[in-house]
Design a binder for this molecule. Structure first.
Ligand code: ZN
Length: 189
């Protein structure tokens, strides 16, 4: 693996010049058509999986691709969702889970998270995912995508766009060893 600085140097010298026209346009335009909510896991790279160019995906990545339901005290995830949907006007929103997810594994196998209290607290946003799961890890990963889509729909900006027919919600599961992306059935609400 190369270092971060070497990576930046390579980007400036080898990658940027080939896309200079695109970056010049993006300097004054930000109109991504899609919101992608994925796991922070380093193996899940939204732009790579969807073959998207810079400017095409508005990305939110959280541990376990969790989307806290709307609360009276909005956090950074809520603000990013609202900005993507209400201000940028994305027309598609994806919640993408993945195989071998560390967050989901910790829940499925009831890991002791007492040494990581922030993680333990954050994973409570998957309580409903656990509650609706009848099988093992793969089942939890899928039910978690469905539960987080339901959470996403509790945000007023999303609810408004859905009611207007201006937004499509999608649930995906990405399989790391094969590169396959499974699209889950649409979820009510
Ligand atoms: Zn994960």
């Amino acid at each position: 693996m190369h270092g971060l600085i070497e990576g930046v140097t390579r980007f400036r010298h080898d990658v940027f010049p080939a896309k200079a026209k695109l970056f010049a346009e993006l300097a004054h335009t930000h109109r991504p058509p899609a919101l992608f909510i994925g796991c922070s896991d380093a193996r899940v790279v939204p732009e790579l999986i969807t073959q998207s160019e810079p400017g095409e995906l508005f990305v939110i990545r959280t541990a376990g691709n969790l989307v806290p339901a709307r609360t009276p005290s909005p956090d950074g995830v809520a603000a990013s969702i609202e900005y993507a949907v209400s201000v940028l006007g994305v027309t598609d929103a994806v919640v993408c889970g993945h195989s071998a997810c560390g967050a989901m594994t910790a829940l499925a196998e009831r890991h002791d998270l007492s040494a990581a209290p922030a993680v333990a607290g954050w994973l409570r946003h998957a309580d409903a995912s656990l509650a609706r799961t009848t099988g093992g890890l793969d089942c939890l990963v899928r039910e978690n995508v469905r539960a987080q889509l339901a959470n996403l729909a509790t945000h007023p900006s999303v609810a408004r766009a859905l009611a207007a027919g201006a937004l499509t919600l999608r649930g995906w599961v990405y399989d790391i060893p094969t590169g396959a992306v499974e699209q889950l059935d649409p979820v009510a609400g």
